[in-house]
Design a protein around this ligand. Structure first.
Ligand code: SF4
Length: 461
């Protein structure tokens, strides 16, 4: 397996702020005018009698033991275990209120717990919440159930509790094994505890292990990160996610703690990225989509090859088209054509649940234009190819006429060898896949009104 050619100077040109397209439209477009009743109406509409399409379920568990200074998640540090138990009780109330509206013939084909740190829950809390979810929904026999774990503080009884709750996949952050980087970002995590977490996952029958790395962190060097990548390859995870560090202190004020002078310069950061691509390709990993790699026999890699890859708030998935029910503070659901986001602080989330209300923060009902553009952006992000004829047939439009404003923007990508126009196909080349967000941005008319200058988004590379 060969890595795509990486032209560092070219990538620098495309390093601009842009959405990650885990949704389209992206979350900043959602409106706070959206009412809880609109969400409830959509739940009713998508659960008519006899409805049996599969669903996805996500639970957001925001608590962490300590703060990693690079963190971009919606999380909260606590050393008070009673807060975590209390949060679970609120989560269960929200789940109970919504689950009773979901058609019982709909099975959960995808389950995910993210955070924060789900493995910061003790075994009793994991079993309590896991058991409650299991009794509130019907799980499919072939459910894909993933949980984000932190090797720091992980215990075997927590892992066993996850297995007992139906989980069959683990995902863990490593970021970088280099001690100088770990010290700078306040995340000390030895290789030994990471190896234990991987081994426990395998011993206990989790069928897939994912490891996250981040490039662009303070004190990071090409040589240091190369050693990390080699050690991670030695752990042989089934999947890897390699993220570009998003330095957005105006959105995440705790990142101000990081000394900007210690961040690798743009050129070195892209060299680190290039080295990582080459090492992973050399070890047999396939690049399945933006930031994500998998062994060739992994379901994600298979889905990428047979055109069934899908993208949602958890990244890439093989479960296309499922309605997503998301629970917990800040969690975003997606049903039919509606996005719904919960209150973004624990306090506001608790207040709404205490009042017996839907904890709506914002939402969005997609227009027909959004649906068409979402389809095109999904094809770019997942298949790296758009068949104009398919889109024309599905929506009764002339592709070139409908996207008359977008298509001229593709010219620069074509000239740089990042896109090829082949008959009625727009094909993204292996090099173009490295800046796939930029290509998708050509079809996103909201970016102008959101203003790229407002720095709402992290950089694309
Ligand atoms: S453990 Fe994860 S969610 Fe918690 S602070 Fe660190 S990166 Fe953020």
């Amino acid at each position: 397996m060969s890595a795509p050619r990486v032209d560092v100077e070219l990538l620098k040109k495309y390093s601009v702020p842009g959405p990650r397209y885990t949704s389209y439209p992206s979350a900043p477009v959602f409106s706070q005018e959206f009412r809880p009743d609109d969400y409830l109406a959509e739940i009713r509409d998508t659960n008519r009698e006899g409805e049996d399409s599969p669903i996805s379920v996500y639970a957001h568990l925001p608590y962490c033991d300590t703060l990693c200074y690079f963190c971009g998640c919606t999380m909260k540090v606590t050393n008070d275990a009673t807060q975590i138990t209390a949060y679970n009780q609120y989560l269960k109330k929200e789940i109970a209120a919504i689950a009773k509206m979901v058609s019982p013939s709909r099975k959960v084909s995808q389950l995910h717990w993210g955070g924060g740190t789900p493995s910061y829950l003790d075994a009793a809390d994991i079993l309590d919440l896991g058991g409650f979810l299991k009794s509130s929904f019907t799980y499919a026999d072939d459910i894909e159930a993933g949980v984000e774990i932190d090797p720091r503080g992980l215990t075997k009884d927590r892992m066993e509790a996850f297995r007992e709750s139906g989980f069959n996949r683990t995902s863990m952050g490593v970021q970088d094994f280099d001690p100088a980087v770990q010290k700078a970002v306040n995340r000390i995590q030895s290789e030994k505890i990471t190896r234990d977490a991987v081994e426990w996952s395998r011993e206990m029958g989790f069928t897939s292990v994912n490891i996250d790395l981040i490039y662009g962190l303070p004190n990071q060097t090409l040589a240091g990160f190369e050693r990390t990548v080699e050690r991670v390859i030695d752990l042989s995870p089934d999947r890897l996610a390699v993220f570009n560090y998003a330095h957005v202190p105006w959105l995440k004020p705790h990142q101000k703690v990081l000394d900007e002078m210690s961040l690798p310069a743009a050129g070195e950061k892209l060299e680190i990225f290039r080295m990582t691509l080459e090492k992973l390709a050399g070890a047999g990993y396939e690049n399945v989509g933006m930031d994500h790699f998998a062994k060739p026999d992994d379901e994600l890699a298979l889905a990428r090859r047979n055109g069934s890859l899908y993208r949602n708030f958890q990244g890439y998935s093989t479960k296309a088209g499922c309605d997503l029910y998301a629970f917990g503070m800040s969690a975003i659901s997606f049903l039919g054509g509606v996005y719904h986001q919960n209150k973004k602080t624990v306090r506001e989330y608790f207040e709404k649940i205490d009042a017996g209300l839907v904890p709506t923060h914002a939402g969005y009902r997609m227009s027909r234009d959004d649906v068409i553009r979402r389809d095109v952006i999904m094809k770019i992000m997942c298949d790296n190819e758009v068949m104009k004829g398919d889109i024309e047939e599905r929506y009764g439009i002339s592709f070139d006429g409908y996207f008359a404003a977008a298509l001229p923007k593709l010219g620069a990508f074509t000239a740089d060898g990042l896109i090829e126009l082949k008959g009625d196909r727009i094909v993204i080349t292996p090099e173009g896949r490295l800046i796939v967000r930029n290509i998708a941005m050509c079809f996103d008319p909201y970016l102008e009104s959101l203003g790229k200058d407002k720095q709402v988004f992290s950089k694309t590379v």
